[in-house]
Design a protein around this ligand. Structure first.
Ligand code: C5P
Length: 224
């Protein structure tokens, strides 16, 4: 069987990463959360007071940061490390979520992340989720999925996730963040979020999670 690349793109909070993770586990593939990389860059910029409007500072910041992924020994869950420190919790909070799309718009940031993502996907056998995976990172991916879901449903799911991590926010605040990110992500000049012509669309508003995962696995097997 051929090892393929599965690109999963879509709007914020529609369950891309949970789905991608389950698909990767079922196929014995590597999972890569490209959003976590942009979140880690954002955390680094916040912590080091890097002004995204000053190109020289952006370049310097990018040279100083190192992003890596490691499996947690006990749970087997993938964790994101920034310069050797586990930042999984920090990057998921609202402080990063409210700045990430602004940082992700920067050409230099995108260039550096895309290069790293291509390297990580070189051997294939990977499921990568994000906004530009099927359009820019791997335009030749064997399977491209584009996910969307009703905004109210996405906000409720995201609010629950944040609460589980100890951050309590109103539904309106969560919804506002999702809508703001979608607006910036879909209208930015470089690599905007757009469905690739050959992507298969999946509306997950009312789809059972298991159904969603098995549908993607079925599509993947047809392409192996
Ligand atoms: O996937 P997640 O919601 O964690 O992504 C956080 C943000 O990172 C997105 O809203 C978007 O601004 C940016 N992103 C991106 N390109 C990707 C993945 C994420 O611009 N491939």
């Amino acid at each position: 069987m051929k090892r393929i690349i599965i690109a999963i793109d879509g709007y914020s909070g529609c369950g891309k990463s949970t789905t991608a993770k389950a698909v990767a586990r079922a196929l014995g593939y590597t999972y890569l959360d490209s959003g976590a990389m942009y979140r880690a860059v954002t955390l680094f910029f916040i912590e080091n007071y890097i002004n995204p409007d000053i190109p020289k500072d952006v370049s310097k910041g990018l040279q100083e940061l190192d992003i890596s992924f490691h499996q947690d020994a006990s749970s087997g869950v993938q964790q994101v490390y920034l310069n050797g420190v586990n930042v999984e919790a920090e990057i998921r909070g609202m402080q990063v979520s409210s700045r990430v799309s602004e940082i992700s718009k920067l050409e230099e940031v995108r260039r550096a992340m895309v290069e790293k993502q291509r390297k990580l996907g070189k051997k294939k056998g990977i499921v990568m989720d994000g906004r530009d995976i099927g359009t820019v990172v791997f335009p030749k991916a064997e399977l491209k999925v584009f996910m969307r879901a009703d905004t109210g449903i996405r906000a409720a799911r995201r609010q629950k996730e944040l609460l589980e991590k100890g951050e309590m926010l109103s539904l309106d605040k969560v919804k506002e963040n999702l809508e703001n990110r979608d607006a910036i992500d879909t209208t930015r000049a470089i690599s905007p979020l757009v469905k690739a012509d050959d992507a298969i669309e999946l509306d997950t508003s009312y789809l059972d999670f298991e159904e969603q995962v098995s549908r993607i696995i079925e599509l993947a097997k047809e392409r192996m």
